[in-house]
Design a protein. Structure first.
Length: 534
């Protein structure tokens, strides 16, 4: 049957290398991966292997954002990992290269490699170029924030339309240090991607050369029998967390690293993130909280430069192994810094002395929640709750101008099981910023945030409402405090009142009763454990 599709006896005598492609023509993030896969396969053949390409699914977060379709995004991470595992086990591949783009394809790829533990690597398709609007660089973040500005009467129909038409000029994943670029950086700090490979932009001519080299690299991994279990270790995961903190990365990294660690059999808890955040400075000035986009970081020196800075400060495990067969320290030593660059700050002048994400607990989040602190300085907020049982209801309130300065917006029943699928709330959070409320309101949800979210926003509140977490007990007008310094998220009602409300709480009917969404809702774990299904 393999001969029927063009393979020869000579082809089949060589190591068989799976090329898992997340290509799709639905959206820019993965649109160019078909051409990049061809370069990977050419490199495999040149190095003595036989590539066998197959596809898996991809859901575009940017396209589904703000709709019911966004419920499928996190679910797709599990499907991606499962499908790569199944095809690889079924065909007994000797090695594996996974091409990734949009957000969930990246952790899904690493999860599959960790399960399979065959020689393999992840190659990221790269970031989109920024668009240009009114003489400035713009990204998809600007479009979502412009929706709020338009609703508040601060932007005309024509201005919103021209921004929409300009923000995404071609192939590649969203341009700031949003989830895709955060997770690509995670892969380099983990060592499961070649250092510097992800920073190269999607449409840069050098990207195909990178992919060809990755094709040859996987053959070295096969010959040396260098497996993910030697790479995705506790020190490597600590390196990845440090990389997220130093670059102001997405809150989604917490969820995905918990899931990756579980697949790799590495002990990791949500509390570990605070300890690393507290010792790692924020040094990369990247959107959504900063000035620059991922392609600016590439021109400045890329992730290797960030790694070199952190190694100089003694903040990484430099002896951690990478897919190149060299240590992280050896890889970072080759970093080249562009003279005069302003994207990666020196250690003597960090943006903040501590990192970009913190974990809060308290009576509203006994298992924890995640807050992104990169890009703003507000560390405390107390205000009355405005409670919404869906993202749509919250967005409607923002859109009609009924949210007021000082409010705490609560969006619940959007968790892993309750959504199901733990939707990202960029439509709401960006609309709040666009409406001029970003510095005067706070928000908490058992759902997720896009990497493009900024402001005082607590996501992944656990336990979630659908499983009887304290967030289910909040009522309109209750006072809630965010205290970043104390790492506390607090509902100001007596303990016995909170217990009484939860005792009277009734489990809601499931949103889906059949199909993959219903199956996911039944199986999925808490966000504090990575929202995994196995």
């Amino acid at each position: 049957m393999l001969k029927a599709v063009g393979f020869s006896d000579e082809d089949l005598r060589r190591p068989l290398i799976g090329v898992a492609n997340t290509w799709t023509e639905i959206g820019p993030c993965n649109y160019h991966l078909k051409a990049l896969a061809a370069a990977v396969k050419a490199g495999i053949r040149d190095a003595g292997g036989t590539p066998l390409e197959f596809n898996t699914v991809s859901i575009s977060d940017g396209i589904t954002m703000g709709t019911a379709g966004m419920k499928t995004s996190l679910v797709s991470r599990e499907v991606i990992a499962d499908s790569i595992e199944l095809v690889s086990r079924g065909n007994l591949f000797d090695g594996l290269v996974v091409l990734v783009g949009c957000d969930k394809t990246i952790p899904g790829a690493v999860m599959a490699l960790a399960r399979l533990d065959i020689p393999g690597t992840v190659v990221y398709g790269g970031s989109i170029a920024p668009g240009t609007w009114n003489g400035k660089d713009v990204t998809i973040q600007d479009v979502f924030e412009a929706v709020g500005a338009h609703a508040a009467g601060r932007l005309s129909d024509g201005q919103l339309k021209t921004l929409e038409d300009s923000a995404c000029p071609g192939a590649g994943a969203c341009g700031g240090q949003f989830t895709a670029n955060t997770m690509a950086a995670v892969c380099e700090f983990l060592g499961i991607s070649a250092m510097g490979s992800g920073s190269v932009p999607a449409v840069d001519p050098a990207k195909e050369d990178v992919c060809s080299r990755i094709g040859r690299l996987v053959m070295d991994l096969v010959r040396d029998d260098l497996r993910p279990s030697r790479i995705v270790t506790r020190p490597a995961i600590e390196n990845a967390i440090a990389g997220v903190m130093a670059t102001g990365g997405s809150t989604n990294a917490v969820l995905h690293l918990l899931a990756i660690a579980r697949e790799a059999g590495v002990p990791l808890s949500i509390d570990d993130f605070n300890a690393i955040n507290d010792r790692v400075p924020l040094i990369a000035d990247l959107k959504p909280g900063g000035r620059f986009v991922a392609n600016d970081l590439y021109r400045a020196g890329g992730i290797p430069l960030v790694a070199r800075r952190l190694l100089e400060a003694g903040l990484l495990h430099g002896d951690a192994m990478t897919v190149t067969g060299r240590t992280l320290a050896e890889e970072a030593a080759a970093a080249s810094e562009t003279p005069g660059q302003e994207v990666v700050r020196p250690l003597t002048d960090p943006i903040k002395p501590t990192g970009g994400l913190v974990i809060l607990k308290g009576n509203l989040a006994p298992e924890g929640c995640v807050v992104k602190v990169a890009g703003y300085t507000r560390l405390e907020h107390t205000g009355p709750a405005r409670v919404f049982d869906s993202e749509e209801a919250a967005f409607a309130a923002v859109d009609c101008g009924s949210i007021r300065a000082g409010d705490v917006v609560v969006i619940r029943y959007e968790g892993p099981a309750g959504g199901p699928g733990m939707r990202e709330m960029l439509a709401v959070t960006a609309a709040l910023v666009g409406a001029g409320l970003g510095d005067s309101v706070a928000l908490l949800t058992d759902g997720r945030f896009s990497g493009a979210t900024r402001g005082l926003m607590a996501g992944h509140v656990a336990p979630e409402a659908a499983r009887g977490g304290p967030i289910a007990a909040i009522r309109d007008g209750d006072r809630i405090t965010f205290d970043i310094a104390a790492r506390d998220l607090h509902l100001h009602i007596p303990d016995d009142e909170l217990r009484a409300r939860l005792t009277a709480w009734v489990t809601p009917a499931p949103v889906f009763t059949t199909g993959v969404m219903a199956k996911y809702a039944r199986l999925v774990s808490s966000a504090s454990e990575g929202a995994v299904t196995g």
